[in-house]
Design a protein. Structure first.
Length: 75
């Protein structure tokens, strides 16, 4: 089951204020993503990458955690 953006934020140990202070994206945009006002499928790639950067996670890991996208098999 995929995590929500809020669950991921809690898992990473950040508060909304921590994220807002980082300045990586507009606070209102982030808040809409975090509280579910903006549906996950409507999050832009730019916003997704900014969130991954703020949480210091690789985008592939973010996709796996947030969208249940399995990791690519590197065979």
């Amino acid at each position: 089951m995929a995590l929500t953006y809020r669950q991921l934020r809690h898992l990473m140990g950040y508060s909304v204020m921590d994220v807002a202070k980082s300045g990586f994206m507009n606070y209102t945009t982030y808040r809409q993503i975090d509280n579910g006002t903006s549906k996950p499928e409507n999050v832009t790639m730019k916003s997704f990458l900014q969130i991954c950067d703020a949480y210091n996670i690789h985008p592939a890991d973010g996709l796996e955690m947030l969208y249940d996208v399995p990791p690519k098999n590197e065979d």
